[in-house]
Design a protein around this ligand. Sequence first.
Ligand SMILES: *Cc1c(COP(=O)(O)O)cnc(C)c1O
Length: 419
Amino acid sequence: MDLRAKELDRNDALAGYRKEFYIPDGKIYMDGNSLGLLSKRAERTLYELLDSWKVLGIDGWTEGERPWFYLSEQIGEMMAPLVGGMKGEVIATGSTTTNLHQMTSTFYKPKGKKTKILADELNFPSDIYALKSQLQLKGYDPAEHFIQVKSADGRYLRETDIIDAMTDEVALIVLPAVLYRSGQVLDMERLVEAANERSIPIGFDLCHSIGAIEHSLHDWGADFAFWCTYKHLNGGPGSVGGLFIHERHFGKTPGLAGWFGSNKQSQFDMNHTMDVAGDAGAYQIGTPHLLSLAPLIGSLEMLQEVGINQIRSKSFQLTDYMMELIREHLSDYGFTIGNPDNESRGAHLLLEHPEAARICKALKADGVVPDFRAPNGIRLAPVALYNSFVDVWQTVEKLRIIMEEKRYEQFENKRGVVA
Ligand SMILES: *Cc1c(COP(=O)(O)O)cnc(C)c1O
């Protein structure tokens, strides 16, 4: 066992949080960027919600310790510090993809020759499908009106390339904050500044950045952002997503309206003229998915307690240590490191290898849970709240043995249905 890993664990101020989580038995979990683990606090707040239903029935909306009617706003408030949002700018609602549809329906206002949507060629497919379908809804052919900024190497984007593409034909910009494959953190502040100068609305997908790095969306002046909560926020499979809208847009009419976007005082007047909420709450559509909100209360409590600065700092140390071990022990086996080697690295690493699919299977067979991304990527995410430096050491050591003994050859080089 590596002494240095043990030493790093001894000096880790966050080491105590590991025991707050259910770590799958006998596993080294390196997939928190796809699905964060269950914590005891999240489990508790989910059971508390079930209990309020059991005990209160319909009265749970307004009674009990956490009346359901206000929960989306309260969880929004708990997420606000993670994105740099001010009071009222953040709401828990929808999913990444539905929130992107909501934001595009609200901000994409093509006019004259200003019709194009600017995105990139490395973003997650769902974002691309959503944006293209929004163009089609408005009668524009994506082949002509959808611009995807190119990447020179298939891994990274250059901010200058994105800014150069912000022409006067662009009506909306949507970009990821952290790229889901390479983990590159885009310079959001710089991109927002350029978009604001050109009066083009700009929004970010924070799926891989929320709970992993700091954001100052309000101060930067971003128009909107949206994210899921089942990755670094540990909200559980399919947990309710989040949305940020800058306060300068409060009072705007949501593109997709529904009664839960109403002013809370008047919602139950049941008028056919909507009294739109004066903050981010306006972008809710229907009844909140309470059972999928509840785990977030416990999970976010923990993130609040620790603070995103400490999380980022340990996460960076973990990935730094992992890269050092990879260079030291895996250099003979044909891997390419596909993530940035500096501060523009998010919270996961990407190892590229032609046999990646079956190397992942061999890792799983050996108790390490990685994540495969077609065609050739192995993502490894040591998570600040529940992974140790010893986990990192063991992962690289197991990988070394798999490569050394060619153990991956027993498996087919093909991905599973969910990878
Ligand atoms: C995880 C992820 C999604 C998933 O969207 P859902 O609507 O939650 O299914 C979308 N975009 C990015 C960038 C992601 O990382």
